[in-house]
Design a protein around this ligand. Structure first.
Ligand code: NAD
Ligand code: TYD
Length: 356
């Protein structure tokens, strides 16, 4: 079996669902169920004996030691993190705790467990660390996309804490020989993404007739990857990645934010027309994010060359599926838009001159 951390969040839950559909191997899923963790994401595997959910914190060393000894996973796939840049600006402490101390705790527990394995089990063990392209910093318009050799230049508390965790993972390999793999992926979108990130926020607000907040001039560029493609890339790296290596994962799909929002508006005009007019009328420019990285772009040639992975979805196909999923799952959206969600929306947008 494998141990997944953060498997009740957006990407982790997609990974668990894909894993159980693709491989007949059980998953132990350790998640603290912060605001971003949601058992509803895992509703379709409730009662499936191959999925064992453990409610707990990756900073809890005793719990992780016990889990490893009891469950004896052949791999750890580490998603658990605080993941939202805007939240990291409002409150960085949780990011240092979970992303840095949590990863450290997991590495130490993995080292002790792996050190006590022998023979085949020891040779086969893997620690796969899921990270982000944001560790590389911001690109100018003419700069080449991020290769794995690009120096880290993180600019937000989120990206700095993820960069720190990447460094720890690297060091545990070089110093202790822990069999690690790291993936650095671009912005994901797809089912089960919490509606505080750009794409699900825009879909939810557009359907509710609320403003669609665009930070700054809307020309910040991200590379976008459909979450199912990210899950497939992780499975490949886990199966065949070279130990100690990092693999950049991206969609070959750089787009300015305003184009993302316009694409969603056009899809909603087609799939759920609003009698009040085209959804674009709701676009509202608001005060920018402090330190807002201008451009991210991923050079994903290494993972293609070594492991044969390429994204299966185009942005056009992935965003259509995503909008359709949100339209079909309005109950899920309604449930996560709890009191705590409203508080965050007020905290983040009131000071920007917009209250969606
Ligand atoms: P998310 O915020 O949706 O989910 C994070 C999950 O981790 C939640 O279920 C939460 O309950 C859990 N968690 C948080 N703190 C924990 C702790 N201390 N102990 C145990 N569980 C804890 O995040 P996501 O978007 O699914 O991202 C998953 C991983 O992928 C993160 O490591 C993130 O840095 C990385 N990543 C995300 C993106 C993206 O676009 N979302 C892109 C590249 C990489
Ligand atoms: P986000 O989904 O928060 O991901 P990240 O900051 O990790 O890339 O934001 C994606 C882009 O969209 C980013 O450039 C910030 C911008 N953005 C807005 O313009 N308005 C919003 O309300 C949000 C949440 C993000």
């Amino acid at each position: 079996m494998i141990l997944v951390t953060g498997g009740a969040g957006f990407i982790g839950a997609n990974f668990v669902l894909d894993w159980l559909a693709a491989a007949n191997e059980p998953v132990v899923n350790l998640d603290a169920l912060t605001y971003a963790g949601n058992m509803e994401n895992l509703a379709s595997v409730q009662g499936d004996g191959r999925h064992v959910f453990v409610h707990g914190d990756i900073c809890d060393r005793a719990l992780i030691d016990r889990l490893l000894v009891e469950q004896r996973p052949r791999a750890i796939v580490h998603f658990a993190a605080e993941s939202h840049v805007d939240r990291s600006i409002h409150g960085p402490a949780a990011f240092v705790r979970t992303n840095v101390e949590g990863t450290f705790t997991l590495l130490e527990a993995a080292r002790a467990y792996w050190g006590a394995l022998d023979g085949e089990a020891r040779a086969a063990f893997r620690f796969l660390h899921v990270s982000t392209d944001e560790v590389y910093g911001s690109l100018g318009p003419q700069d080449p996309p991020f290769a794995e050799t690009k120096a880290f230049e993180p600019n937000s508390p989120y990206s700095a804490s993820k960069a720190a965790s990447d460094h720890l993972v690297r060091a545990w390999h070089h110093t202790y020989g822990l069999p690690v793999l790291t993936t650095n992926c671009s912005n994901n979108y797809g089912p089960y993404q919490f509606p505080e990130k750009l794409i699900p926020l825009v879909i939810a607000n557009a359907l509710a007739g609320k403003p669609l907040p665009i930070y700054g001039d809307g020309m910040n560029v991200r590379d976008w990857l459909y979450v199912g493609d990210h899950c497939a890339a992780i499975r490949e790296v886990l199966a065949r990645g070279r130990l100690g290596e990092t693999y950049n994962v991206g969609g070959w799909n750089e787009m300015p934010n305003i184009d993302i929002v316009r694409t969603i508006c056009a899809l909603l005009d087609e799939l759920r027309p609003d009698p009040a007019g085209p959804h674009e009328r709701l676009i509202t420019y608001v005060q920018d994010r402090p330190g807002h990285d201008r451009r991210y772009a991923i050079d994903a040639r290494k993972i293609e060359r070594e492991l044969g992975w390429r994204p299966a979805e185009t942005f056009a196909s992935g965003i259509r599926k995503t909008v359709a999923w949100y339209l079909a799952n309005q109950d899920w959206v309604g449930h996560v838009q709890s009191g705590a969600y409203r508080e965050w929306i007020d905290a983040n947008y009131a000071a920007r001159g917009a209250r969606p």
